[in-house]
Design a protein around this ligand. Structure first.
Ligand code: SER
Length: 352
């Protein structure tokens, strides 16, 4: 299953479970001056998670454009990206743990055909404020996840966003996949890097208020996030995200432009950085906010990405006075315009 089919299957599945498919919010937050970028699908939905009625109802799903700068120095490895897409489904005071976990299990095992033997989960082990989430563990067990594949972890792993941040929050259950050629161990060890997190289901039931109080939210919500790049690679059997259908054509074009091979390890990292950054550059400059390279805020990040991309292009001896970056940008625009039609609309300014 390629990356387009993954997105379509996910959205259709949740539509069949009564969800309204909403468009991605802009990558630049519209009403939140405290954040430069949307970093998760739930961010634009915060007012509704706090109780404001959403015009589309209480069950929503989408694919959201996300951008995180905290991983910038890891870009060039097999799994990290600055821009990424997050598939998400939400219950705004509607269904809760049983349905959420049940549907995640159904989608992964029946529609994406992931063998249950390759799955493991974590749940919240509790602290002095909130008790352990044994309810989620029991639901997983009832679906067939063995006890030794369920790990109870603390707030640093199974609380979202974290205990310090104010706003809607709660315990989460994270789903892991065994991404290795080696045999799957019986017992789940969350420290073993062959287990990669693929989906996070947050059970948002508290509002962390100023002064440290955790008050129950008016509505109990569900907020989930599944990483498109990672899951695409898994479904296609790659341990390198850049080999998957998300990136294959982009990497091939960089190989053509540079006349070098991705598989030659002298080039791999540079090509990954160029591929990652050109996509992020297109998404940021194609956003309706009209961000341009500058010295401040999002414009500064955009400028940094462009400079960094050019630095790695020079390493590959790409003629930086040719229109190589326009060629790559056009490829990205064509690939993503189906989901984010502002890219087509803002094509000229992106290319400029
Ligand atoms: N908000 C959670 C995350 O970003 C689940 O969507 O992982």
């Amino acid at each position: 299953m390629n990356t387009i089919d993954l997105k379509d299957t996910y959205l259709k599945f949740f539509e069949s479970k009564g969800h309204k498919i909403i468009p991605s919010a802009p990558i630049i937050p519209e009403n939140d001056p405290t954040c430069l970028f949307n970093t998760a699908g739930m961010q634009p939905l915060v007012p509704y998670l706090k109780g404001e009625p959403h015009p589309e109802g209480t069950r929503l799903a989408d694919v959201q454009k996300c951008f995180r700068t905290n991983d910038l120095d890891s870009i060039g490895d097999t799994t990290h990206h600055t821009f990424f897409e997050m598939l998400g489904n939400w219950s705004l005071g509607d269904y809760f743990k049983k349905e959420s976990i049940g549907w995640s299990y159904e989608l992964l095992t029946k529609y994406l055909n992931i063998p249950v033997e390759k799955l493991a989960v974590t749940v919240f082990k509790g602290n002095e404020i909130v008790p352990a989430d044994t309810e989620s563990a029991e639901i997983w067990k009832s679906l067939g996840i063995k006890e030794e594949r369920i790990a109870f972890l603390g707030e640093e792993n199974n609380w979202w966003p974290n205990m310090e941040l104010l706003g809607p929050c709660g315990p989460d259950t994270e789903i892991f996949y065994w991404r290795s050629e080696e045999n799957v161990p019986e017992k789940f060890d969350p420290e073993d890097e062959n287990w990669v997190e693929i989906w996070n289901n947050v059970f948002m039931q508290y509002n962390h208020e100023e002064g440290g109080k955790f008050t129950p939210l008016k509505n109990k919500n569900v907020d989930t996030g599944l990483g498109v790049e990672r899951v695409t690679a898994i479904l296609e059997g790659y341990t390198d995200n850049y080999k998957s259908s998300v990136w294959k054509d982009v990497i091939e074009r960089i190989e053509e432009i540079s006349n070098l091979s991705y598989d030659d390890e002298n080039n791999t990292r540079s090509m990954r950085i160029i591929a990652d950054h050109i996509r992020a550059i297109v998404m940021i400059s194609g956003d309706e906010a009209g961000i341009r390279p500058s010295n401040t805020d999002q414009g500064y990040i955009l400028r940094r990405l462009i400079r960094r991309m050019i630095r790695y292009a020079k390493k590959l001896n790409i003629d930086i006075n040719s229109d190589w970056e326009q060629e790559l940008a056009k490829l990205i625009i064509n690939k993503y315009a189906k989901y984010y039609n502002e890219l087509e609309k803002n094509k000229n300014s992106i290319l400029e």
